[in-house]
Design a protein around this ligand. Structure first.
Ligand code: F6R
Length: 614
C-alpha cells in the first residue's frame, strides 16, 4: 500500500517521478504528491487528493524543475484522503520532506513527546510525526541526516519504506525500509528508488533490494552506501532485473485487467515451463527439491494466504487431499497470525501471495518459522519479502500483475499448486502412474483450453449487459469448483461494487435460498464430474424460485442447457483441473459488468494491490 518513488542524478526528476507514480498507482490512489529541489535551492512540494492525473493537472503551470525529487501515491491509513494528509510531509522547519509507505504504530506516543517540545503538526498522519522526529534528533544531536534517520528508526515500532529529502543538502537522499518493499536502481550516474522495479526498468536493470532495517545514503555521483540501524556498513548486492518494459504496459488493451485475463494461456504455460514434462512422466519443482523428504513424510499441509490467493489455497486443499492423500488446512493469514495455532515440526506450511508483500501473510510465515515448520512460498514477485522469508518454494512466473483485481496470478498459483500436488502424490505413491500421466497430459492442454474460453468474450459481454444493474449476485459450486464460486463473487464485488456471495451449492438451502427471486442472478459452475447431478438439482432449486441461472458447463452439455437462462460452455478437462478454466468466464463477466457500470476496473475504490498493512 502506497507507492514511493525518488530520483537523484542529472536528469529532470519530475517526469521520472510522475511516470513512476502512474506505474505504482495500483498500490494506492487516494492522493499523490511530489517534491523537487530546483537549481536555486527552493524546495517545491505539490500534493493533491485523488489520482496522479489530478496531481498532473494541478502542477501544470508550476515550477517542477530539479534533478532530485521524491513522489508518493497514497492508500490512506492514518487520516482521511485529503490534500493535507497527502505525502510528502514536511518537518517542523519545512527544510525536510518525507514520503512513507507503512505504518508507524507508536506514532501517538512520539507525537505527544514532540508536541511537548513545541512541534506543531499539520496533518493526522503518522508520517509527519516521523519526519518531525528525524529533524528533532538531527538538530539536537547535530548529526548528519543518515544518522538522524537511523536514530529515529530505532524508536519506531511499525513498518516503513521511506525517503527523506533535505532542502539544505540537495545532493543527498536518505532511504530506509522495514516491512515495506524498496528497490534502488543504479544508473550510470544516477539513482532511482521505488516500491517496485516498474518505475526503474526503463532506466537501468541494475538494482539493489534494500533489506529490513537498512538505511541507504544516496549521494549524487557517488557510490551507494548502505548501513543497518546498528551503523554497520553493508555491501550492496547488485542484481539484474529480468522484467521487460512491455510487460508493465497495457499493450493496446483498454485495461490492465483485460490484458491480464488474456495473458492467461501464456502465464499458465510459463508457470509450467521447465516443470511439467508429460512425455517423460515428470514434474520437477526446483524450489522444493531440498524439501522432498519432508513432502514424502509430511503429516499435514497448512496453507496461509489472503483474498484471491486464499481461494487458490482452497483449490489446493482438494488437489493435495485427492492426489497426495495428505490432510490440508487452509488458513486466512490474518487469523492464523493472531491465534496460537498448533504447528508441528513435520508440518509443511505453504504461503501463497502474488505480491509477496502482504503484511498478514508475511507475519504468518514468521510465526510458522518460529514454531519450527518448513515454510514454502508461492509468490509471483521475484525477490519479494515472502519469497525471501521462506525456506524454499516456487515462483508463479505470471509476469507483473498490475490490475488490482487478481486474475492471471490466481491461475498461475493454481497451476503451481497442481504441479506440487501431483509431485507430492508421486513421491508418496498415492497416485497410480497412469492417473499421474493422464493428469500431466491434461495439464499440458490447459493453456489451449483457456484460449478457447477467451473466444467466448462477445457472448460474455452480452450476458454481462443483462446483469449490469443487479444489486446482488450468488455464485455456487461444489467440490473443487466451490473456491471458483468464491473467486467469481470476489471479482464481481471488488470491481463493480455489486454485492456478491460465493457458496458451496449445497449450502444454499441453509440460508441463501431465501434471497432468491426473479431479480437474483445465480452463477453456477456445473461442469461434468462426480458432483454434476447434485449441482443440477441445486440449479432446479434456484429455477423453482424464479432465480436467473447462468451456468458454466462442459462443452456439449444438454441437461443444464435445458433449464438455465444462459450457459457458458467450456472445454472438457479432468474435474480436478476445472478451476483453471472455469474461472476465466467469471473474470470476463465481472470485467464487462464493471466497465458497463462505469467503474474504474484497474483501480477499484478503497483497494490497493499490495496490502502491506495489517
Ligand atoms: C483480489 C485480490 C486480493 C489479493 C490479496 C492477497 O482480486 O487481488 O484479494 O489476492 O490482497 O494479495 P497477495 O496475493 O499479493 O498476497
Amino acid at each position: 500500500m502506497c507507492g514511493i518513488v525518488a530520483y537523484i542524478g542529472k536528469r529532470e526528476a519530475y517526469p521520472i517521478l510522475i511516470k513512476g507514480l502512474s506505474r505504482l498507482e495500483y498500490r494506492g490512489y487516494d492522493s499523490a504528491g511530489v517534491a523537487m529541489i530546483d537549481k536555486k535551492g527552493d524546495l517545491n512540494v505539490y500534493k493533491r487528493k485523488g489520482k496522479v492525473s489530478e496531481l498532473i493537472s494541478f502542477v501544470k503551470d508550476k515550477d517542477t524543475t530539479g534533478n532530485v525529487g521524491i513522489g508518493h501515491t497514497r492508500w490512506a491509513t492514518h487520516g482521511e484522503p485529503n490534500d493535507v494528509n497527502s505525502h510528502p510531509h514536511y518537518s517542523q522547519s519545512k527544510n525536510l520532506v518525507m514520503i512513507h509507505n507503512g505504518i508507524i504504530e507508536n506514532y501517538a506516543t512520539i507525537k505527544e513527546g514532540l508536541t511537548k517540545r513545541g512541534h506543531t503538526f499539520l496533518s493526522q498522519t503518522d508520517t509527519e510525526v516521523l519526519i518531525h522526529l528525524i529533524e528533532d534528533i538531527q538538530q539536537h544531536e547535530g548529526i548528519k541526516m543518515g544518522h538522524a534517520v537511523q536514530a529515529a528508526l530505532k524508536q519506531v515500532i511499525g513498518a516503513y519504506a521511506l525517503v527523506v529529502l533535505d532542502k539544505n543538502d540537495p545532493d543527498t537522499i536518505v532511504a530506509a525500509k522495514k516491512g515495506s518493499p524498496m528497490v534502488i536502481g543504479i544508473g550510470s550516474d544516477d539513482f532511482f528508488i521505488a516500491s517496485d522495479a516498474s518505475p526503474i526498468i526503463e532506466y537501468t536493470k541494475n538494482v539493489v533490494y534494500l533489506d529490513d532495517e537498512q538505511v541507504a545514503i544516496i549521494r549524487r555521483g557517488q557510490e551507494l552506501k548502505i548501513r543497518n540501524l546498528k551503523d554497520k556498513e553493508i555491501t550492496p548486492y547488485v542484481q539484474k532485473l529480468t522484467v521487460e518494459l512491455e510487460s508493465i504496459e497495457k499493450g493496446g488493451y483498454d485495461h490492465f485487467m483485460l490484458k491480464e485475463i488474456y495473458e492467461q494461456p501464456r502465464s499458465v504455460l510459463d508457470s509450467m515451463r521447465g516443470r511439467l514434462q508429460a512425455d517423460l512422466g515428470e514434474v520437477r519443482m526446483g524450489g522444493i527439491v531440498d524439501h522432498e523428504k519432508k513432502f514424502e513424510k509430511a503429516k499435514r499441509i497448512l496453507f496461509i494466504a489472503c483474498g484471491t490467493s486464499w481461494h487458490a489455497a482452497l483449490v489446493a486443499e482438494y488437489l493435495f487431499e485427492e492426489f497426495a492423500r495428505v490432510p490440508v488446512e487452509v488458513e486466512y493469514a490474518s487469523e492464523f497470525r493472531y491465534r496460537n495455532p498448533v504447528i508441528y515440526e513435520d508440518d509443511i506450511v505453504i504461503a501463497i501471495s502474488q505480491s509477496g508483500e502482504t503484511a498478514d501473510t508475511l507475519a504468518a510465515v514468521e510465526l510458522a518459522k518460529s514454531r519450527g515448520a518448513t515454510v514454502l512460498g508461492i509468490c509471483n514477485v521475484v525477490g519479494s519479502s515472502i519469497a525471501r522469508a521462506t525456506h524454499g518454494g516456487s515462483y508463479t512466473h505470471a509476469g507483473p500483475e498490475i490490475g488490482v483485481a487478481s486474475t492471471k496470478a490466481f491461475t498461475a498459483q493454481v497451476t503451481v499448486l497442481t504441479l506440487m500436488a501431483l509431485h507430492m502424490g508421486k513421491v508418496r505413491g498415492t497416485l497410480t502412474e497412469s492417473r499421474f500421466r493422464q493428469l500431466l497430459y491434461e495439464m499440458e492442454a490447459i493453456p489451449s483450453k483457456i484460449e478457447e474460453v477467451l473466444k467466448l468474450n462477445d457472448k460474455l459481454r452480452e450476458i454481462a449487459y443483462t446483469y449490469k444493474d443487479s444489486r446482488n449476485a450468488l455464485y455456487l459450486g461444489r467440490g473443487v469448483s466451490f473456491p471458483v464460486a468464491l473467486e467469481g463473487a470476489l471479482k464481481l464485488k471488488e470491481i463493480s461494487y455489486i454485492h456478491a456471495e460465493g457458496y458451496p451449492a449445497a449450502e444454499m438451502k441453509h440460508g441463501p435460498i431465501a434471497l432468491i427471486d426473479e431479480e437474483m442472478p445465480v452463477f453456477v459452475i456445473a461442469t461434468k464430474g462426480a458432483n454434476y447431478e447434485k449441482v443440477v438439482s441445486n440449479i432446479q432449486e434456484v429455477k423453482a424460485r424464479k432465480g436467473k441461472v447462468t451456468a458454466v458447463v462442459t462443452s456439449g452439455d444438454k441437461e443444464v442447457k435445458a433449464m438455465a437462462d444462459y450457459v457458458i460452455e467450456i472445454p472438457e478437462t479432468d474435474e480436478f483441473l476445472v478451476p483453471l478454466i472455469a474461472v476465466i468466464p467469471l473474470q470476463l463477466l465481472s470485467y464487462h459488468v464493471a466497465v458497463m457500470r462505469g467503474c474504474n476496473v484497474d483501480q477499484p475504490r478503497n483497494l490497493a494491490k499490495s496490502v502491506t498493512v495489517e
